[in-house]
Unconditional design. Structure first.
Length: 216
């Protein structure tokens, strides 16, 4: 008589703590908010819309984020923090001997031209005519800029003063990237101007580094 294979007993289900469930729900709400900002814009992003997208009850959503302003600003701050961490990880994994200055432009463009930027753009545009929202947006922007500056210094080992041309590089680069991301909304698909501007930016970076006598 053939032996029947023993079936392993199912592993006991690990129950999540209340804190873990709460954190998971909060994460769903934040991601749903970013999706809504990106897909339908700030004006059509409501707490009801976000709760439906996240698959949570209206009461649960209000418990975590009682107002739309609180919801969208926390979501965008959360997204920008993730965006910065993704940039740091991408840069940290560059192969030995890679051209760091070219690479940083490619990585920054990849991170600037995605849903994170357009969700942020929706918030910035709304803040233009909303003083209370603008105050929070300015705080988020300043904190993000400081983090980018610090990250740039770490990667390029810059010990110069803040007034040096080297230290304006992140500000200048982001200004160009954000302008490109705006133009990319209306430019036709595969428009060569995008590629040409990125190439010009890389050329400017190379010339600046040579002028400053800074090795890559």
């Amino acid at each position: 008589m053939a032996k029947t294979a023993s079936v392993p007993a199912p592993k006991p289900r690990v129950r999540r703590t209340q804190r873990e469930r709460s954190a998971a729900m909060r994460e769903r709400l934040l991601e749903a908010t970013i999706d809504s900002l990106y897909e339908v814009g700030y004006s059509r992003t409501t707490t009801i819309e976000v709760a439906a997208r996240a698959g949570v009850s209206r009461g649960a959503q209000l418990h975590h984020f009682p107002t739309k302003k609180r919801l969208v600003t926390v979501a965008v701050r959360h997204l920008l923090e993730k965006r910065l961490e993704e940039f740091r990880q991408a840069f940290a994994t560059l192969p030995q001997g890679a051209d760091k200055y070219n690479a940083v432009i490619d990585i920054l463009w990849d991170k600037t031209s995605n849903r994170a930027f357009y969700a942020w753009l929706e918030l910035v545009v709304a803040a233009r005519t909303d003083p209370s929202l603008r105050k929070t947006v300015v705080e988020i922007a300043d904190q993000f800029a400081d983090q980018i500056q610090q990250t740039f210094r770490e990667f390029f080992s810059s010990n110069r003063q803040h007034t040096s041309p080297f230290d304006i590089a992140p500000v200048f680069t982001f200004a160009v990237m954000q302008g490109l991301a705006l133009d990319n909304i209306v430019w036709p698909p595969q428009d060569r101007r995008l590629e040409l501007v990125l190439q010009a930016l890389k050329g400017l970076a190379a010339m600046s580094i040579r002028a400053l006598g800074t090795s890559s």
